[in-house]
Design a protein around this ligand. Structure first.
Ligand SMILES: [Zn+2]
Length: 244
């Protein structure tokens, strides 16, 4: 089989690159989607855990309150009991000892009452905060759901576009010599989706390094595939090709 002129092949590669650049961008976008979806789920889980934690803290505070209230009740009953016994005491000393004991319990109780008030305030505040957070979470969860749906929708659009582009690609690729296209595809894979690039003002359009005059004249000769010595991308020069 007669080999197609390099000039013609370069033209086909340029057309292919236009398609492959789009494929590259779309594939990259699609590849980032699972991570994006995961990060949305993680954010929601984190918020759920935060609310659960706040609810657990509230439960603990409520238990503490119950304990304090029980304790207070017990102490008040004790005071009543001691007050009842006051009148049965025989000596002044016994009487004043018991009075001191009662006063001691009373002052403990007033501390407990302060604790109870503090805990009740704490509980009220926590309940308010939790209900606000839950309300906020509802909206965030709905937004997250919507965002995920949008991503999935976008993924479908990308898939449709990719299959269109691949179809176009398959219309061009078989017309290029096997070793030329395999070389091109290897560069495409290794060089961020850009395998063939134009010489701009004596520099490589891919890596922007200055090209030696010899390389530029080799490109102009269009007798062989010429690559940039630095980034190894295939080079072409505008007025040197026929774009198919
Ligand atoms: Zn280069």
């Amino acid at each position: 089989m007669e080999q197609k002129p390099i000039k013609e092949q370069i033209g086909l590669l340029i057309g292919l690159q236009v398609i492959d650049s789009q494929i590259y961008v779309l594939s990259k976008e699609k590849a980032s989607m699972p991570d994006h979806l995961r990060s949305i789920d993680e954010m929601i889980e984190l918020k759920k855990t935060g609310i659960k934690q706040a609810e657990d803290n509230l439960k603990n505070t409520q238990l503490k309150l119950k304990e304090k209230e029980g304790n207070l009740q017990q102490k008040e009953e004790q005071i009543k009991k001691l007050q009842g016994q006051l009148y049965t005491l025989k000596t002044n000393k016994e009487y004043s000892t018991m009075l001191t004991e009662i006063e001691g319990i009373k002052s403990d109780n007033s501390l407990t009452e302060e604790d109870i008030i503090r805990l009740m305030d704490e509980i009220e505040l926590a309940k308010k905060k939790i209900s606000e957070e839950k309300e906020l979470f509802k909206a965030e969860e709905a937004n997250a759901q919507k965002e995920k749906e949008n991503i999935n929708l976008k993924a479908k659009e990308i898939d449709a576009r990719l299959s269109e582009l691949n179809e176009k690609r398959n219309g061009i690729a078989p017309n290029i010599e096997k070793q030329v296209i395999s070389r091109y595809e290897k560069i495409l894979k290794n060089k961020d989706g850009l395998a063939i690039t134009c010489i701009e003002d004596g520099s490589c359009g891919g890596c922007h390094l200055n090209l030696p005059p010899q390389v530029i004249s080799d490109v102009k000769l269009r007798e062989d595939i010429v690559v940039c010595g630095s980034c190894l991308r295939i080079l072409y020069i505008e007025d040197n090709v026929e774009i198919s």
